[in-house]
Design a protein around this ligand. Structure first.
Ligand code: PXL
Length: 277
């Protein structure tokens, strides 16, 4: 049998246009050689950074789909949740992990609810609080700094240093977090990077800051990280693989200002295919 061919279920929305959530996770995880199954949490005309969008919530469909999967004994080696449509979905996905996990199945949670100090339009503090047990119960959580602050009731800082980042990480660990991949952390003006916190060990992978922050890069990053990690790279290596991939995608988008809504992640997919598929 093909080595490392794992079946992952990713639960997040379909933004029909916008190169984020499922329309990024599905191709990226597939490029990493994973059987990628999906459970859409909602269908939106575009992601919510567009001015006008429509959203159909699929909360009610989720337990029904799960019920039919149960009849077919469908199980998964890993789960990856991103943007969810409602608080109730947070409970449903926990139930789905329980019902459809293979032995030693891994749970990856990207809180996907906020960025740049602000919650996304669809969410409020209650939703952020409901995200806490899902994130802290996961094997791997992948927040950005805004999400890490919301999850630890820390005011979003104007500026930060290693001491503050360590403090926020410790708060997440005290709340039960296992492996934390904290994205968008740079300690010099022209770099950003990823903090990898695994128990007592906290490491930083700095990389180029290519622009002020492109939409959808969190989803591209999380998908590439998960693909690499499930291929046996350790957390630091997978964080580096995902960062290098994401930087390349952003660089490949910069020459096209009309492409403000996402990154051209497809242009660098061959790199992942060569490495993993
Ligand atoms: O990329 C995160 C994301 C996913 N899905 C939807 C979003 C966003 C970010 O704004 O609006 C619908």
């Amino acid at each position: 049998m093909t080595k490392n061919y794992q079946r992952i279920l990713t639960i997040q929305d379909i933004s029909c246009v916008g190169q984020c959530s499922l329309t990024a996770a599905l191709p990226i995880l597939s490029a990493c050689g994973m059987e990628t199954c999906i459970l859409p949490s909602a269908v939106l005309s575009t992601h919510t950074a567009f001015k006008n969008f429509t959203c159909r919530d699929l909360t009610e469909d989720m337990p029904v789909i799960s019920e039919y999967w149960e009849k077919e004994n469908i199980t998964f080696d890993a789960f990856y949740t991103g943007y969810l449509g409602s608080e109730q979905q947070i409970d449903f996905v926990t139930e789905i992990f329980r019902k459809h996990a293979r032995e030693n199945a891994l749970v990856f949670v990207d809180p996907a609810m906020a960025d740049n100090g602000k919650l996304y339009p669809a969410f409020d503090k209650k939703y952020a609080d409901a995200m806490k047990p899902l994130c802290f119960g996961a094997d791997v959580m992948l927040p950005n700094l805004t999400e890490a602050c919301l999850l630890t009731d820390t005011p979003y800082p104007e500026s930060y240093d290693e001491t503050l980042i360590t403090e926020i990480i410790r708060k997440m660990q005290n709340a039960g977090a296992k492996l934390i991949i904290l994205t968008g952390i740079g300690y010099t003006p022209d770099t950003t990077g990823v903090v990898i916190a695994d128990g007592g060990q906290i490491r930083h992978y700095p990389h180029k800051k290519v622009s002020g922050g492109c939409h959808g890069t969190g989803d591209v990053y999380a998908s590439a990280f998960i693909g690499a990690y499930l291929h046996g790279q350790n957390a630091y290596e997978a964080a580096r693989t995902a960062a290098d991939y994401t930087v390349k995608c952003i660089e490949n988008t910069l020459d096209d200002p009309s492409h403000w809504y996402g990154v051209k992640f497809e242009t660098a997919l061959p790199d992942l295919i060569k490495q993993f598929a």
